[in-house]
Design a binder for this molecule. Structure first.
Ligand SMILES: [Zn+2]
Length: 151
């Protein structure tokens, strides 16, 4: 991955994070008795699987397909995982996982910083200490650490 691609992903994650503090977006698919959702809400990316045993009879069930956007406010910073029945409705089982966007961004930010540093070193700096060797003879020894030659 190039440094620009990594930087671009950082920016996109930052935009998604900020926007999700104001609006949540959720994509859903399935029937009212069994549907899945993928969404972005309050600074987190989430997935969910919802199953209801209240719909016993076979036959066409109302569909839950679509994308919904709701206003929201604030951020959740923590991870969230849940598996099991809801307290309110025992016929309703849900499995959800929520991952904060900061946790997704962290490794990408680290990668981007590292890639930018590597690039800076290649552009005429000492391989061992990063000292700028611009203006010195091509094979000169580094005046800072006494090692190596510029790449
Ligand atoms: Zn050096």
């Amino acid at each position: 991955m190039g440094k620009w691609a990594a930087t671009g992903i950082c920016v996109l994650l930052l935009i998604a994070w900020v926007l999700s503090g104001w609006w949540s977006i959720e994509w859903t698919r399935g029937t009212q008795a069994d549907w899945i959702g993928i969404g972005c809400d309050r600074g987190r990316l989430g997935t969910g699987h919802f199953v209801s045993t209240a719909f016993g009879a076979p036959g066409p069930l109302p569909r839950m397909d679509g994308i919904e956007v709701h206003p929201t406010s604030g951020f959740d910073w923590y991870f969230g995982f849940r598996l099991g029945q809801t307290v309110v409705d025992p016929t309703f089982t849900l499995t959800t996982s929520n991952v904060p966007i900061w946790a997704l961004a962290l490794p990408v930010v680290g990668l981007a910083v590292w890639l930018w540093r590597i690039d800076r070193r290649i552009a005429g700096a000492c391989q061992s200490c990063g000292y700028d060797l611009a203006g010195l003879a091509p094979n000169a020894v580094c005046p800072e650490c006494g090692k190596g030659a510029p790449v």
